[in-house]
Ligand binder design. Sequence first.
Ligand SMILES: [Zn+2]
Length: 317
Amino acid sequence: MSNPFSADGVWLKSALHTHTKRSDGDLDPDAHVRHHEWMGFDVCAITDHWTLTREPSTERMLVIQGAELAADPLGPGRYTEILAIGIEDIPEDPGGDRSEWRPIDNYYFKTFPDLTAAGANIAAQGGVSFVAHPYWSGLPLEVLLAAEHIEGIELFNSSAERENGRGDSSYMWDLTLEAGKGFFGFATDDCHYPGFDIGGAWTMVRAAERTEAAFMDALRSGMTYASAGPEILGVQMDGAAVEVRCSPARSVVLMSRYETGWAVRADHRNREEDAQILERDGAGLILRARFTPPMELAYRRLVIEDATGNKAWTNAL
Ligand SMILES: [Zn+2]
């Protein structure tokens, strides 16, 4: 797997799941883009429900056209949603169960039969897709394992976290990685209301340059990491060993399949042989850590947690 931390290019702070007045958001599209500019974003994908919102890029902000789409429900009220980034078109007839389709506020809710059909449609348009808030939606693992033509899952959704504490889908992500599914993990704010839910989480995208084509290429190939706060400054790999540099962290964890994985904590005695803190800041927080697993791992990914409990997540390395 390629390492975004060793690739040439620029880091683009990206909002990949956002709603405007064109669906159930609170801001007009131009104000929505301006708010994200003020929050320091470089890229804003507008993903109104079943609506393509066209809004021009600005000098500072790359605006990407997208939508939040859905597949037939798994049971009463159990909808499976999917983010479509960089699409040109929403099909008139996505092929799902028409008895589920209905007008909601100012958009018309429709469904694909399943996530694979949605992913195939999005991929055929050159788009990138990921499954929205699996934990919040209560998705069974089988639904994720069966999903084809999809780049990843929404590993963290800060609005869902704020709403009911089900924003972090890490456990489901690990189960898909253990099963050999190479999903990338994306973090979003799923914002609707300025001053309430903009900027709680984002995805850092390592693009060759600041253009839509380079951004889409990087997104498609997982040249990203997800964050709700911490910054990951560098990741180096040397065989099974992994070294990471980050903004001050109270813990750094190398995740892998069940019953493996290693953690270092700033305030705790660590298992020196497998995991080491190489550098701390004045407050004792971790700035650099190194893991030397004694065996080949099926997959490995890093989780950084700062002093306030906010996390950042790499993709599988
Ligand atoms: Zn949404």
